[in-house]
Design a protein around this ligand. Structure first.
Ligand code: 5GP
Length: 144
């Protein structure tokens, strides 16, 4: 039987949204913030995070999904262009059994290249300068 769970406003993404800890941001509007994943499964791995609090898709207000996925599409197009990728993987996990490790709803966007597998989920930390450079590429692609 699944444990009953509630939203914890001290999760790491809530702190990033409040600006209490740093992130390499690529986009922000009224509904979402997008920033680089610190343990990317591939170059350009980006997270799109709604500002509204929920643990994941299961407890989210459905009104969140329209603006969230419109932004996921916008970011997926920009990420594909920024890295000249062959494709884009979009992933989203719900509760620990599914692989979720941070309990604020978020969507993963990862550029994909023919024949190159994803690195492990929550694997190795990327260098800040690499994340900063990749964030710059995505911001540039969004702006053009
Ligand atoms: P989940 O497993 O919950 O779907 O994904 C959480 C993601 O957040 C993982 O891909 C992990 O690498 C990333 N992550 C964990 N801590 C931090 C952090 O402090 N900052 C950023 N930018 N990403 C994080």
């Amino acid at each position: 039987m699944a444990e009953r769970t509630t939203y914890d406003s001290n999760n790491i993404f809530a702190k990033i949204l409040r600006g209490e800890i740093p992130s390499h941001r690529v986009y922000e509007d009224d509904a979402v913030v997008a920033f680089m994943d610190v343990m990317p499964q591939g170059p350009g791995h980006t997270l799109v995070v709604p500002k509204a609090p929920s643990r994941n898709l299961l407890d989210a207000d459905p009104a969140v999904f329209g603006p969230l996925f419109a932004n996921v599409q916008k970011l997926a197009r920009a990420v594909k262009k920024a890295f000249d990728a062959d494709g884009v993987t979009v992933m989203q996990f719900n509760e620990p059994a599914s692989g979720q490790t941070v309990f604020h709803l978020h969507v993963h966007i990862i550029p994909r290249f023919e024949g190159i597998p994803l690195k492990p989920h929550s694997g190795q930390m990327e260098k800040p300068e690499v994340l900063a450079e990749n964030a710059g590429k995505i911001r540039k692609a969004l702006g053009s």
